[in-house]
Design a protein around this ligand. Sequence first.
Ligand code: TRP
Length: 358
Amino acid sequence: MTETKGRILTGHRPTGPRHIGHLMGTLETWARLQDSYECFFLVADLHVLTTDYEHPQRVRENTMGIVLDWLAAGIDPNRSTLVLQSAVPAHTQLNTLLGMLVTVSRLNRVPTFKEQVKELHLQPSLGLLGYPVLQAADILVYKADTVPVGEDQLPHIELTREVARRFNQLYGETFPEPDGLLSLTPRLPGTDNRTMHTSYGNAIFLRDTPEETTRKVMSMYTDPTRIHATDPGHVEDNPVFAYLDAFNPNKAEVEELKARYRAGTVGDVEVKRRLAVVLNEYLAPIRRRREKLAAHPEEVINLLQAGTARARDLAGDTLATVQEKMGLAANLIQAPFQANGPSPVVSEYPPDQLLYVP
Ligand code: TRP
């Protein structure tokens, strides 16, 4: 890849194993984008703590699990950079600095924040309020110009653009104003036809065995108005057909099943059996890759480590620029001491002018 369309930074919070909704909605898109963009994929473990700080063991496990799922789904560590957020201090440092440019009232108006406060009935922490600032830091610390996300994340991209603009106005051109990139793939429903969610018990996970997958498919929600296999059925708003559309490469077969379902000449069980086969075939290569990687956890850690080290260099450079532009002397102190070079800042004060505690 010599010429790229730009630089991507995107990521997930490690909240649990990735499911087929993640696969269709985001992971396959990310895998494709690797062909034309320089990509940074972020495991946003700090963001998990904005709500779920009471289960440290879970965060660690989910972090390793999510990296396995990503790699299995086609994220290529030779072409893209995998980053562990908590292992790159510049994310948190830039978060602090950008926080100076964002008002509390602006953050109070962020829709995801308002929704979470309402839903979780919680007294929001400073960390939760600052969630989008940390996300802005994630993006801007790599000067990414493109951020593939779901629609719910667009308000965070908007805030990132505002922060970038404000910084550039105050301190000179530094950050690109990143664009959100939406995927056109329609969202897959859960097996019960609600939104697919890790904690709803309605998700099929990439790490599920073929047997688990078949069991989940066989108990899927279908057309509730259909009592007998000979009743005409509804294909619309029926997750079994949504999955067939997504996973069966044989479009003609799907159309035929739909026609027979509408006519009442095929039963739910037969359609589900076919779906289980198709889905297991689709997931087979992903599972093979996942099993191979899972057998060598140290290699997975090495890949994450290598990506994170590369990210740390780049992020460190951005942070140094930002610190300097904002008037901080951190760079003077951090520069390695040279015997004949400029003297350290402290020594510019004659000793007798320093205050000492008596
Ligand atoms: N907030 C994102 C989500 O919940 C995760 C995330 C954290 C992210 N930092 C990011 C996404 C930076 C894109 C860019 O899905």
